[in-house]
Design a protein around this ligand. Structure first.
Ligand SMILES: [Zn+2]
Length: 288
């Protein structure tokens, strides 16, 4: 065998390919990206609109961040329902997911958002169609159905659904594909976000409206399991005391300022109402 000089391998930084234009005068930098042919439809909430609410994750508080994710995924799943109804297609033709839009020239804060993409390869143009609607059409398609009198709202809050669904079920938000999110999906939280999207002054309350019955039932269950527990409601806040502890229930979309203006958090540490329902709702008891 005789030794032969090998050229510099093509992956070496010193390798200079033949026939490449290396003249800096005419050289052009290009970035190659692979794109999906399907479109994307994005929806977010203007988070600077109301000092009483907070729709941005606080990364120092993983529980809160998870609740924000749950709220957005729930809202997104409801938005998908609206989109499918508007387009007259099945909900499984669209996928929904949660993401955080980073700070850039147009965004001074991170902003949680949801996006819909088409599941069909090459798409049918649904998301482009949704994105090209004017504001009035978008309000009619994505906000109105989630407010009182709207089709999705009325279905969710009907006695037959509301009374059997503490957080989420296969009749509302759950499906086979979103299994890993089942535990954080909550249609009440999704509707609250929809109300915030419609009315910048809206402050969600868990002691009234579509929350009231499920919270009352859950408190009854909690008192049954903890016979020393007493509860009181004051100014829209429920306080719980047992021999061992005291806590107050808060809504995951309330701001820190709002919470501290209502509750002495040193005396009554806070627990998210969604967490409380997950742990002491009847869904849990049934599954035990
Ligand atoms: Zn349900």
């Amino acid at each position: 065998m005789h030794s032969k000089e090998h050229p510099i391998p093509w992956f070496s930084p010193d390798y200079t390919p033949k026939f490449f234009n290396l003249d800096p005068e005419t050289e052009e930098k290009v970035v190659l990206i692979s794109t999906k042919v399907t479109g994307v439809f994005e929806a977010a909430i203007n988070n600077q609109c109301n000092e009483n609410i907070c729709v941005v994750p606080n990364f120092e508080n993983p529980l809160q961040s998870k609740e924000i994710q749950g709220a957005f995924l729930s809202w997104g799943t409801l938005i998908r329902k609206c989109a499918a109804a508007y387009l007259d297609v099945e909900t499984n033709e669209l996928s929904v997911n949660y993401f955080l839009r980073g700070k850039d020239e147009t965004e001074t804060e991170i902003r949680p958002a949801i996006y819909l993409i088409e599941n069909l390869e090459n798409g049918a143009g649904y998301t482009n169609h949704l994105g090209s609607m004017n504001d009035k059409e978008k309000y009619k398609a994505f906000i109105e159905p989630l407010l009182k009198g709207g089709e999705v709202y009325e279905k969710l809050t009907s006695d037959s659904h509301k009374n059997k669904c503490d957080c989420s079920c296969y009749d509302c938000l759950r499906d086979y594909y979103n299994q890993q999110s089942h535990s954080i999906l909550n249609w009440r939280l999704g509707l609250d976000l929809a109300h915030i999207s419609a009315d910048e002054k809206f402050i969600p309350q868990y002691t009234t409206g579509y929350w009231k019955n499920v919270v009352d039932t859950c408190l009854k269950g909690y008192k049954h399991e903890n016979p020393t527990a007493t509860t009181k409601e004051e100014n829209g806040i429920i306080y719980v005391e047992t021999n061992e502890m005291k806590f107050s229930l808060i809504h995951p979309l309330w701001s820190k300022n709002y919470i501290e203006s209502k509750i002495n958090v040193n005396v009554y540490p806070t627990v998210f109402i969604t967490q409380f329902l997950r742990n002491f709702g009847k869904d849990v008891i049934v599954n035990k």
